[in-house]
Design a protein around this ligand. Structure first.
Ligand code: ASP
Length: 439
């Protein structure tokens, strides 16, 4: 019986492996694991030096992946943020609904960040990993990294606040100071939306092209993901053995528990602020959530979210048509939560103490970064590099998380989409029809 049903699945499995990147990543991960066991000292087949040479070559795709992402991140974030805000349509829209909707998005993101910090510091997933061996697999000198870590002093905060506004945006672009770039993007977006369409049209088109071009490059980098996962897994397992997996399992478990708590928070919001019955509302959300899980892209789910909101949840179109597209672009609580856990996990791995002010800085950057992350598969891990930079945690750590990212991407995208639908329900309840600007 089992064999029969398995046989039934074979064509489907081979389709997945041929067509779906995440299936390829899982295969890469598994093959890397096997090779890692063969190359490891426990098997005793290959001597340590030879194994080291092989794994150094095998980890080239992982490093290339990272380099491509770093190369593209600044224009990507800049274009995404401006386009997200422009989706409000007009200054009037931005003012009437925009401010309260944005406040809702920010408050729920802060809740998500709080949950992220809570789960990461109570479970401490970094403790489940043999960090020394992992670090050696990344060829990182721990003490060197520690010295590079910037610890913020409370007295420095006013300076940091002033410093957020870039005196020369080009310098920020060149040095990759993400927060300053995001602030500059906010100014540009609000100015653009305040001008007559004709005056900013050419820049809007240019930004659209920039975003498409950068996403294309990211999609190329993503093709390296199976090889990156393969090489990295082989490298890690050959050095640390199966323990590496246990560590990553703890990290994944922490993210999933955090996301689950966030879903509970949405349920409370739906009940208290939107006054909707829980079970039937969740049932209505089924289609967009399943689609979010399978595509890992809030943008791809957007049309279905709109349909669900209007047809099943009976949300006023003027509310759904503003909240859903804006939410899909800038409201990513699942992503923010995941990023916080990832930063804490890597900091724990690299034995980097995160002080209170650094945590605040990380949270602010994660908030901004989740706003800036494009609603596409893998966007969260791409943007993660900017938060790691702000936290003084070695960016190379990303390659460790890469192998298991797809599964987390699927789950966090579900939370992102739930957040948009929850916002829709809340604003449908709160905003009277006559206050809704015509779209
Ligand atoms: N895939 C997510 C989304 O589209 C973004 C992310 O990678 O976190 O919502």
């Amino acid at each position: 019986m089992v064999i029969k049903s398995f046989k039934h699945q074979i064509p489907q499995i081979s389709y997945l492996v041929k067509k779906k990147l995440w299936a390829q990543v899982l295969v890469g991960l598994f093959l890397g694991l096997l090779l890692g066991l063969v190359l490891g000292p426990e098997a005793g087949i290959v001597d340590k030096d030879t194994s080291g040479i092989i794994t150094t070559w095998l980890s080239i795709p992982a490093h290339l992946f990272l380099k491509i992402i770093q190369m593209i991140i600044v224009p990507l974030i800049f274009a995404s943020i401006i386009r997200g805000l422009l989706s409000a349509g007009s200054v009037e829209q931005l003012r009437t609904m925009g401010i309260s909707v944005a406040a809702f998005f920010v408050i729920t993101t802060v809740i998500a960040l709080g949950i992220g910090v809570f789960v990461a510091t109570t479970i401490v997933p970094g403790n489940f990993v043999d960090s020394e061996a992992m670090l050696s697999s990344l060829e990182i000198d721990e003490t060197e990294q520690l010295v590079e870590n910037i610890e913020f002093n409370f007295l420095d905060i006013p300076q940091h606040i002033i410093g957020i506004i870039p005196s020369n945006p080009l310098t920020s672009f060149m040095s990759g100071e993400m927060l300053s770039i995001i602030i500059f993007a906010l100014f540009v977006a609000i100015a653009m939306i305040s001008l007559p369409k004709k005056k900013s049209e050419s820049i809007t088109d240019l930004l659209e092209s920039i975003q498409e071009i950068t996403m294309k490059v990211v999609s190329w980098a993503m093709r390296l993901a199976p090889l990156a996962a393969f090489g990295l897994m082989a490298d890690i397992v050959s050095k640390v053995g199966l323990d590496a997996l246990v560590g990553l399992g703890a990290y994944m478990g922490t993210v999933v528990i955090g996301l689950f708590i966030m879903m509970l928070a949405y349920i409370v919001i739906i009940k208290v602020f939107a006054r909707r019955p829980i079970i039937s509302t969740l049932k209505m959300m089924k289609d967009p959530l399943l689609l979010a899980f399978s595509t890992s892209s809030s943008a791809a789910v957007m049309p279905v979210s709109l349909k669900t909101a209007e047809e099943k949840m009976k949300v006023k179109p003027a509310v759904s048509q503003f909240v859903i597209p804006l939410g899909a672009t800038i409201n990513m609580n699942g992503t923010a939560l995941y990023q916080i856990v990832a930063v804490f996990f890597l900091a724990q791995l690299f034995s980097i103490e995160l002080g209170a002010t650094t945590i605040i800085l990380i949270a602010v950057t994660a908030l901004m970064a989740s706003i800036g992350a494009p609603s596409a598969p893998g966007a969260g891990i791409v943007i993660l590099s900017s938060i790691l930079l702000a936290a003084g945690v070695p960016v190379i750590g990303i390659v460790l998380l890469l192998g298991v990212d797809r599964i987390l991407d699927m789950t966090r995208t579900m939370v992102n989409v739930s957040g948009d639908l929850t916002a829709c329900l809340v604003f449908n309840k709160r905003i009277k029809a006559e206050h809704i600007p015509k779209s």
